[in-house]
Design a protein around this ligand. Structure first.
Ligand SMILES: [Zn+2]
Length: 71
């Protein structure tokens, strides 16, 4: 007969220096702004990529799912 004994999970805090924390925060903010732009703002006609609508069409369902105005 076996017995299952689960050891309690002990949370380990993440320790970062201020410089590394600032770098992670900056990278995350830039990535989030890029995702926000391409899903919520990029409309094709005003795209940073010119008149190309490939990215707009690629994220089109996500745009509607998240409630951004589209067409
Ligand atoms: Zn649409």
């Amino acid at each position: 007969m076996s017995s299952l004994s689960a050891s309690p999970a002990i949370p380990v805090p993440v320790v970062l220096s201020a410089a590394r924390a600032a770098a992670w925060l900056t990278g995350t903010a830039v990535l989030a702004l890029l995702v926000y732009y391409f899903i919520g703002v990029d409309q094709g006609a005003y795209s940073v990529l010119g008149n190309d609508t490939h990215i707009h069409e690629f994220v089109h369902d996500a745009r509607h799912f998240l409630g951004f105005p589209c067409h």
